[in-house]
Design a protein around this ligand. Structure first.
Ligand SMILES: *Cc1c(COP(=O)(O)O)cnc(C)c1O
Length: 435
């Protein structure tokens, strides 16, 4: 598999270099330029194939040329102690639960695989430092994926305010490998610093710096596996065209679906399920992209006015405009419809969804209402654990969902190891003083 920058078609670099460097020097983002056709590997799999088998078969193929088959299999097996759960609801609908990991969001699939891959690439010989911008409870994602990984230190930058759920016994000050740093500024400042430190090549190379934010293509390609898994698990029972309904904020999940199609997934299309922040819909339909002011909704992970994967989508669009128009169906589900969808899912299927999953469910129901889509089977991606939004879920469904043991920490705020101004020199000095 080869990667290139969104801003130029040359040079093409191998997957491993793209994952380690994270950002091309021309200011673009890495996107795949050549993908491997995986059909010969997954088309014989079916409902008897476990998720573990699927990823340990496909990972060595994807990492060909970078890691030998045994090392690649270690990456796959060391990535997850959880797996997606597919539930068939009826002939038209299924749900794929992706909130089964340590942070209770689908992002665990990308982050955990990346951590396992980086450990295999760096862990034995060198030292790697993974610098990422986080906010609120999103740090727990990275902490769980990276803590205790050989040779890796995970630095998390978060904006003024609190960060939730980190366990201080994994901080470097306690002999661990986690460094939380509070930036006097906004999430944008944190993200800018991540970019700046990667582009400071002497510093970045000395410390082996990469990032686990979605700028890293190594976050996106592991998400391909659960799309393929959903297909293999239901192919023998599938009636009609396969469609995925994807709750979309920064569009990383949806892009992975498009990559899965490039890898050979026989899919009919993807519903880009947005909440009231839906200005991206016009762009997907082929129009110009005009960002609108941000709305705060019941599904906060979808409250994005300029998706960080805009460049990746737009490069995909330039490569294959017809595909985008014919395969990606934009939908918008406002707060009222989100609540209604949550209620319907519970009443009709006994299914408890968080508001992000409810946006995808509501969009799927709308899609299926249209007679031309009557032959589709929609897989709703449930991306967030309902317990993360327990108050709303209880209000709408009357059901109390307990926070699983492993998510209990989410309620506690964590202390930083340093508090600094949003400047690169301050960050580099803070890192030097922590390690
Ligand atoms: C991040 C997130 C999303 C949005 O995913 P994108 O890849 O940014 O489109 C949806 N649901 C939940 C629960 C999330 O945490």
């Amino acid at each position: 598999m080869q990667f290139r920058s969104t801003l130029s078609s040359e040079p093409q670099i191998p997957l491993i270099d793209a994952v380690l460097r994270c950002l091309p020097s021309d200011g673009g983002l890495y996107v795949p330029s050549q993908v491997i056709d995986l059909r010969q590997y997954f088309l014989h799999m079916d409902e008897k194939t476990s998720y573990k088998e699927l990823i340990s078969t496909l990972t060595p193929v994807l990492l060909q040329g970078a890691l030998g088959p045994e090392a690649a299999a270690r990456v796959a097996l060391g990535a997850y102690d959880f797996e997606p759960q597919l539930q068939h609801l009826d002939d038209k609908l299924s749900v794929l639960r992706l909130y089964v990991g340590p942070s209770g969001t689908f992002k665990d699939f990308g982050v955990s695989f990346l951590a396992s891959l980086l450990e295999e690439l760096i862990g034995d010989q060198g030292q790697g430092m993974i610098i990422s911008a986080v906010r609120g409870d999103s740090g727990i994602n990275l902490e769980r994926a990276f803590r205790g990984r050989r040779g890796l230190t995970s630095v998390m930058l978060y904006p003024s305010g609190t960060i939730l759920g980190l366990d201080p016994s994994y901080y470097v000050s306690q002999g661990g490998n986690i460094i939380p740093i509070q930036i006097r500024g906004t999430l944008d400042d944190c993200q800018r610093l991540v970019t700046e430190i990667i582009h400071d090549r002497p510093f970045a190379e000395r410390h082996g710096i990469s990032s686990a934010n979605a700028i890293n293509p190594g976050r996106l390609f592991p998400q391909v596996f659960y799309y393929l898994y959903a297909f293999t698990a239901m192919r023998n029972a599938l009636l009609g065209d396969l469609v995925f309904s994807v709750p979309s904020g920064n569009f990383g999940n949806l892009i992975s679906g498009l990559y899965a199609w490039k890898f050979g997934l026989p899919v009919y299309g993807f519903i880009a399920a947005m909440n009231g922040n839906n200005s991206f819909g016009d762009f997907i339909r082929g129009g110009k992209y005009q960002p609108q002011p941000l709305l705060h909704t019941l599904s906060p992970a979808l409250d994005v006015s300029i998706p960080s994967n805009y460049e990746r989508l737009s490069s995909f669009y330039q490569e294959a405009p017809a595909v985008m128009r014919n395969m990606v169906f934009p939908a918008s589900v406002d707060d009222q419809a989100t609540v209604k969808a949550m209620e319907q899912a519970w009443k009709e299927y006994g299914l408890i969804l968080d508001p992000h999953g409810a946006v995808a469910f509501g969009a799927a129901r709308e899609y299926l209402k249209s007679p031309e889509n009557a032959d589709s089977h929609v897989v709703v991606l449930a991306t967030g654990h309902p317990a993360r939004e327990a108050a709303l879920v209880e209000k709408v469904t009357g059901q109390r969902v307990a926070l699983p043991e492993k998510l209990q920490r989410l309620k506690q705020s964590s202390e930083p190891l340093a508090i600094i101004d949003p400047q690169l020199e301050a960050l580099e000095a803070a890192i030097a003083s922590c390690i």
